[in-house]
Write a protein that binds this ligand. Sequence first.
Ligand SMILES: [Zn+2]
Length: 87
Amino acid sequence: MKTLTARQMKALAEGLTEALNPREEDGEPTWDCEHDRSMTVRLLGDLGLTFEHIEAVLKELDDLGGHCDCEVMLNILCRQESQAWPP
Ligand SMILES: [Zn+2]
């Protein structure tokens, strides 16, 4: 992502994973998503990002298809798997 560093993406992915609690129910993957990006915004605020920076991140997430917290989480985790994660 252009608007987040690898470290910020990792922190966001970890925070979202904790908040959304992904799990399997009856063999189907499920998680607690509110169908908005309130948790993403909160976590980015916790990371110390400015309002303008958060707006830029949300705009980039729009382009990447991350329209709610779970899509943001999956998007980042997919990137994490397909790329070598910086130590
Ligand atoms: Zn969702």
